[in-house]
Write a protein that binds this ligand. Sequence first.
Ligand SMILES: [Zn+2]
Ligand SMILES: [Zn+2]
Length: 171
Amino acid sequence: MPTNPLYLLRVNARELLRQPGTDRSITVELAPGDLGIDDARITGDIAVDLVATSNIDGIVVSGEVAMPWRAPCRRCLTDVRGTAGVEVDELYQDDVSDEDAYAIEGDQIDLAPAVREYVLLELPDDPLCRDDCAGICPVCGIDRNTASCECDTSVRDERWAALDDLRLDDS
Ligand SMILES: [Zn+2]
Ligand SMILES: [Zn+2]
Protein backbone atom coordinates (compact mmCIF):
# COMPACT_ATOMS: atom_id res chain seq x y z
CA MET A 1 0.00 0.00 0.00
CA PRO A 2 1.57 3.33 -0.99
CA THR A 3 1.67 5.79 1.88
CA ASN A 4 1.22 9.47 1.33
CA PRO A 5 4.72 10.88 1.96
CA LEU A 6 3.21 13.99 3.52
CA TYR A 7 2.11 11.76 6.37
CA LEU A 8 5.79 11.57 7.31
CA LEU A 9 5.78 15.33 7.95
CA ARG A 10 3.18 14.99 10.68
CA VAL A 11 4.28 14.93 14.28
CA ASN A 12 2.15 13.86 17.22
CA ALA A 13 2.29 16.97 19.38
CA ARG A 14 0.55 15.52 22.44
CA GLU A 15 3.06 12.73 22.77
CA LEU A 16 5.95 15.20 22.77
CA LEU A 17 4.30 17.80 25.00
CA ARG A 18 3.39 15.22 27.64
CA GLN A 19 7.04 15.16 28.57
CA PRO A 20 9.11 18.29 27.84
CA GLY A 21 12.50 17.36 26.47
CA THR A 22 11.22 14.53 24.32
CA ASP A 23 12.26 14.59 20.70
CA ARG A 24 11.41 12.95 17.44
CA SER A 25 13.37 13.04 14.24
CA ILE A 26 11.78 13.51 10.86
CA THR A 27 13.98 12.37 8.02
CA VAL A 28 12.34 12.05 4.65
CA GLU A 29 12.98 12.68 0.98
CA LEU A 30 10.09 14.20 -0.93
CA ALA A 31 9.45 14.87 -4.57
CA PRO A 32 8.53 18.55 -5.13
CA GLY A 33 5.11 17.43 -6.33
CA ASP A 34 4.44 15.78 -2.96
CA LEU A 35 4.54 19.28 -1.47
CA GLY A 36 2.46 20.75 -4.27
CA ILE A 37 5.52 22.54 -5.67
CA ASP A 38 5.85 22.79 -9.41
CA ASP A 39 9.10 24.61 -10.09
CA ALA A 40 11.47 23.70 -12.92
CA ARG A 41 14.45 24.93 -10.89
CA ILE A 42 14.23 21.93 -8.53
CA THR A 43 16.03 18.99 -10.13
CA GLY A 44 15.61 16.27 -7.54
CA ASP A 45 14.15 15.24 -4.22
CA ILE A 46 13.86 17.60 -1.30
CA ALA A 47 15.73 16.23 1.71
CA VAL A 48 14.06 17.00 5.00
CA ASP A 49 16.13 16.33 8.11
CA LEU A 50 14.47 17.77 11.19
CA VAL A 51 14.16 17.16 14.90
CA ALA A 52 11.08 18.17 16.88
CA THR A 53 11.82 18.76 20.56
CA SER A 54 9.26 19.70 23.19
CA ASN A 55 9.85 22.22 25.92
CA ILE A 56 7.49 23.90 28.37
CA ASP A 57 6.71 26.57 25.76
CA GLY A 58 5.87 24.37 22.82
CA ILE A 59 7.71 22.31 20.26
CA VAL A 60 10.88 23.50 18.57
CA VAL A 61 11.52 22.12 15.10
CA SER A 62 15.08 22.50 13.87
CA GLY A 63 17.33 20.98 11.26
CA GLU A 64 17.79 21.37 7.55
CA VAL A 65 15.85 21.27 4.31
CA ALA A 66 17.97 20.85 1.17
CA MET A 67 17.39 20.37 -2.52
CA PRO A 68 19.29 20.29 -5.80
CA TRP A 69 18.48 23.09 -8.23
CA ARG A 70 19.34 24.36 -11.67
CA ALA A 71 18.86 27.84 -13.15
CA PRO A 72 20.47 30.03 -15.82
CA CYS A 73 23.29 32.39 -14.84
CA ARG A 74 21.86 35.90 -14.84
CA ARG A 75 24.79 37.24 -16.89
CA CYS A 76 25.79 34.53 -19.36
CA LEU A 77 22.71 32.26 -19.24
CA THR A 78 24.70 29.04 -18.84
CA ASP A 79 23.19 26.39 -16.65
CA VAL A 80 24.12 26.80 -13.01
CA ARG A 81 23.57 23.88 -10.66
CA GLY A 82 23.82 23.70 -6.95
CA THR A 83 22.35 22.39 -3.75
CA ALA A 84 20.45 24.81 -1.60
CA GLY A 85 20.30 24.06 2.08
CA VAL A 86 18.43 26.09 4.63
CA GLU A 87 18.52 25.94 8.41
CA VAL A 88 15.10 25.42 9.92
CA ASP A 89 14.20 26.79 13.33
CA GLU A 90 10.50 27.02 14.09
CA LEU A 91 8.36 27.03 17.20
CA TYR A 92 4.91 25.45 17.37
CA GLN A 93 2.62 26.36 20.25
CA ASP A 94 -0.88 25.47 21.47
CA ASP A 95 -1.52 29.05 22.48
CA VAL A 96 0.66 31.17 20.30
CA SER A 97 2.52 33.63 22.56
CA ASP A 98 5.55 34.08 20.31
CA GLU A 99 4.66 36.14 17.23
CA ASP A 100 6.84 33.96 15.01
CA ALA A 101 5.33 30.70 16.20
CA TYR A 102 2.96 28.45 14.28
CA ALA A 103 -0.19 27.20 16.00
CA ILE A 104 -0.56 23.50 16.76
CA GLU A 105 -3.80 22.47 15.14
CA GLY A 106 -5.46 19.66 17.05
CA ASP A 107 -3.07 16.97 18.20
CA GLN A 108 -0.65 17.14 15.34
CA ILE A 109 1.94 19.39 13.85
CA ASP A 110 1.92 19.40 10.09
CA LEU A 111 5.37 20.43 8.92
CA ALA A 112 4.42 20.52 5.24
CA PRO A 113 3.50 24.24 5.05
CA ALA A 114 6.76 25.28 6.73
CA VAL A 115 8.86 22.97 4.54
CA ARG A 116 7.12 24.28 1.42
CA GLU A 117 7.83 27.86 2.50
CA TYR A 118 11.50 27.14 3.17
CA VAL A 119 11.92 25.48 -0.21
CA LEU A 120 10.36 28.36 -2.13
CA LEU A 121 12.33 30.98 -0.20
CA GLU A 122 15.60 29.22 -0.73
CA LEU A 123 15.44 28.70 -4.48
CA PRO A 124 17.89 31.07 -6.17
CA ASP A 125 16.24 33.82 -8.21
CA ASP A 126 19.20 35.06 -10.22
CA PRO A 127 22.31 32.98 -9.67
CA LEU A 128 25.76 33.67 -11.10
CA CYS A 129 27.86 30.85 -12.59
CA ARG A 130 30.77 32.47 -10.74
CA ASP A 131 31.26 35.80 -8.99
CA ASP A 132 33.33 37.30 -11.80
CA CYS A 133 31.21 36.01 -14.69
CA ALA A 134 31.97 38.27 -17.65
CA GLY A 135 28.51 37.77 -19.17
CA ILE A 136 27.69 37.87 -22.87
CA CYS A 137 28.68 40.57 -25.32
CA PRO A 138 25.70 42.91 -25.83
CA VAL A 139 26.60 43.30 -29.51
CA CYS A 140 27.38 39.80 -30.85
CA GLY A 141 26.12 37.63 -28.00
CA ILE A 142 29.38 35.75 -27.54
CA ASP A 143 30.06 34.26 -24.10
CA ARG A 144 32.88 36.45 -22.84
CA ASN A 145 33.90 33.81 -20.29
CA THR A 146 35.08 31.47 -23.03
CA ALA A 147 35.77 33.73 -26.01
CA SER A 148 36.56 37.30 -26.86
CA CYS A 149 35.32 39.50 -29.67
CA GLU A 150 36.25 42.79 -31.28
CA CYS A 151 32.86 44.40 -30.85
CA ASP A 152 32.71 48.10 -30.22
CA THR A 153 30.69 48.27 -27.02
CA SER A 154 31.26 52.02 -26.70
CA VAL A 155 28.12 52.63 -28.82
CA ARG A 156 26.08 52.25 -25.68
CA ASP A 157 28.31 54.70 -23.85
CA GLU A 158 27.81 57.33 -26.56
CA ARG A 159 24.07 57.03 -26.18
CA TRP A 160 24.38 57.64 -22.46
CA ALA A 161 26.60 60.63 -23.20
CA ALA A 162 23.89 61.99 -25.52
CA LEU A 163 21.36 61.63 -22.71
CA ASP A 164 23.66 63.50 -20.38
CA ASP A 165 23.88 66.34 -22.90
CA LEU A 166 20.08 66.52 -23.05
CA ARG A 167 19.89 66.76 -19.29
CA LEU A 168 22.42 69.57 -19.34
CA ASP A 169 20.37 71.45 -21.95
CA ASP A 170 17.32 71.20 -19.71
CA SER A 171 18.89 72.97 -16.80
ZN1 LIG B 1 27.72 33.34 -16.04
ZN1 LIG C 1 30.92 40.84 -29.31
